[in-house]
Ligand binder design. Structure first.
Ligand code: NAD
Length: 504
């Protein structure tokens, strides 16, 4: 991954991440050792970790291979029976102390996240709290895997449905939420009674390994939570092939999700996928423009736009279209672009050059096809991973940005006239993760919440995530749900038991 970063000089913040990391109280957070079966493995080969804002090397981590993964699978399998036998409240207590350690070390974890991922420090702090929240949520949820008793259709019999842990689980996680996407999966698996092996994104291994340090301190036993960094294909192959791995959870691109689903078919694993989005953000002309702008800004620019919930197509009804574009441009111009470790920063670098290049390609394509391009502070030269917030107005459905996810701070605004028209355009996508509707009409809000083909719909709000909600998408945005009472089901099997011959 290091080879993707083109080096450049950025006088204001060269060395900033390195100096923050050198000052961490917890030196073990930057040791970069993998965690396999309770042992910290330094590895013979090391992979570089890069500050995406500057291209500087900020650390290195153990490069694990297929043989290491096989050891981890065996260790996970060995740990399974004792872990599932523990009372749920004991498993919950360990998850709660893990969450509490994360909160105690929030600042250091946030510095790691910002240094390797690039997001502003305030957002990184928020991610740590969000991530700890999943451990706490599932600590409680593990005690509520009740199962069912079915009124019997056979005389003298008792019919039960039990929920039981599925076995060894694996998680392949992304770089945009390098901590929370791990705890959202691991919290559910561990609470269910399953060991889990995590392969984090190669761009953001330090925060994953730091979280593993805290898991160990919280008392998660050897083999129950393991983290291995290395080549994605080499590490995922044993996970896909091995029959002992019974569940696979992935967050990332739809393209890789499809490959993993195909790979998991050979051993018929339970697969949950949280893939890309392409969220429509629909604004009717009965709403207050300022409220709509505030919502659209939040839904577009959080995580510097590198968010699967990001508003990708902002549809604005003709009556307020011009006013919306003008007010949005004013707000966008206030965004400060910079290194995430600088306190004033709202928009950090893209974590990957490929993501920045995709943004630029979408801007060029839209401009060539007639969109109006408004850049905020476009003259500052910050480096190739930075994308200045851009507003594309008068976007049409044939432009790239209207057809594919952006994953960066580029806002596309499209005018519309009627309710029927915008509903058809919003649903004309193979993606179905999140959608937003802003309207003052209750009837219309109810109609849209019913007919939008998306797994999550925000009505008059851009903020709806958190541990209690079932996060997941329809169509090619994924399979299964994370968080909520449903999240734990991805790591459990139902068992039907019939007790017969009970009549006295
Ligand atoms: P990606 O899907 O390539 O990477 C996500 C994870 O999958 C990482 O851990 C990566 O190492 C791993 N991976 C990659 N190729 C793999 C393979 N062949 N086998 C097994 N594991 C593999 O995502 P990306 O290329 O880094 O980002 C591209 C696009 O994906 C983004 O622009 C965005 O649209 C989407 N994305 C979505 C999310 C999300 O939250 N849903 C997160 C990250 C990326």
């Amino acid at each position: 991954m290091a080879s993707q970063i083109v080096r450049h000089k950025t006088p204001h913040w060269v060395g900033l991440a390195c100096s923050h990391l050198q000052n961490l109280r917890r030196r073990d957070f930057v040791a970069g050792a993998a965690l396999i079966d309770g042992c910290w493995i330094a590895g013979e080969k090391r992979d570089l970790v890069i500050d995406p804002a500057t291209g500087e090397e900020i650390g290195d981590v153990a490069h694990c291979g297929a043989a290491d993964m096989n050891l981890a699978i065996a260790a996970a399998q060995r740990s399974f029976h004792a872990w599932r036998a523990l009372l749920p409240e004991r498993r919950g207590a360990i998850l709660r102390s893990w969450a509490s350690l994360m909160r105690d070390h929030s600042e250091e974890l946030a510095v790691l996240v910002t240094s390797e991922q690039g997001k502003p420090l305030a957002e990184a702090r928020h991610e740590i709290a969000y991530g700890a929240g999943f451990l706490e949520w599932f600590a409680a949820e593990g005690e509520r895997t009740y199962g069912e008793t079915i009124p019997s259709h056979k005389s003298g019999s008792l019919l039960q449905v039990r929920m039981q842990p599925i076995g060894v689980a694996a998680a392949i996680t992304p770089w945009n939420f390098p901590v929370a996407m791990i705890t959202r999966k691991a919290g559910a698996a561990i609470a269910a009674g399953c060991p889990i092996i995590v392969k984090p994104a190669p761009e953001t291994p330090l925060s994953a390994l730091a979280v593993a340090r805290l898991a160990e301190e919280a008392g998660v036993p050897n083999g129950v939570f393991q983290v291995l960094v290395g080549d994605s294909i080499e590490l995922s192959a044993p996970l896909l092939r091995d029959t002992r791995v019974r569940a696979l959870s992935f967050t990332g691109s739809t393209q890789v999700g499809r490959l993993l689903l195909e790979g998991a078919a050979a051993t018929v694993k339970k697969v949950s996928l949280e893939l890309g989005g392409h969220a429509p953000f629909i604004i009717f002309d009965d709403v207050d423009v300022d409220k709509a702008v505030k919502g659209a800004m939040a839904a577009k620019f959080a995580t510097s736009g590198q968010d699967c919930l990001a508003a990708n197509r902002i549809y604005v009804q003709r009556g307020i279209y011009a006013a919306f574009v003008e007010a949005f441009a004013v707000e966008m111009a206030k965004l400060r672009v910079g290194h995430g470790l600088q306190s004033a920063t709202d928009i950090g670098p893209m974590t990957k050059l490929s993501v920045a290049n995709k943004c630029r390609a979408q801007i060029d394509d839209a401009a060539a096809k007639g969109a109006r391009v408004i850049h905020a502070n476009a003259d500052a030269n910050l480096g190739c991973n930075f994308v200045h917030p851009a507003l594309l107005s008068d976007v049409t459905d044939d432009m790239l940005i209207a057809c594919e996810e952006t994953f960066g701070p580029v806002a596309a605004v499209l005018p519309f006239d009627s309710e029927e028209e915008v509903l058809a355009r919003a649903n004309a996508s193979e993606m179905g993760l999140a959608a937003y509707v802003y309207t003052d009409s209750l009837r219309r809000a109810l109609r849209f919440s019913d007919t939008l083909e998306y797994g999550m719909v925000g009505v008059n709000t851009a903020s709806f995530t958190g541990p209690p909600i079932p996060f997941g998408g329809w169509k090619q945005s994924g399979l299964g749900r994370e968080g909520s009472r449903h999240g734990i089901e991805e790591y459990m099997e139902l068992k039907y038991v019939c007790f017969g011959d009970l009549a006295a």
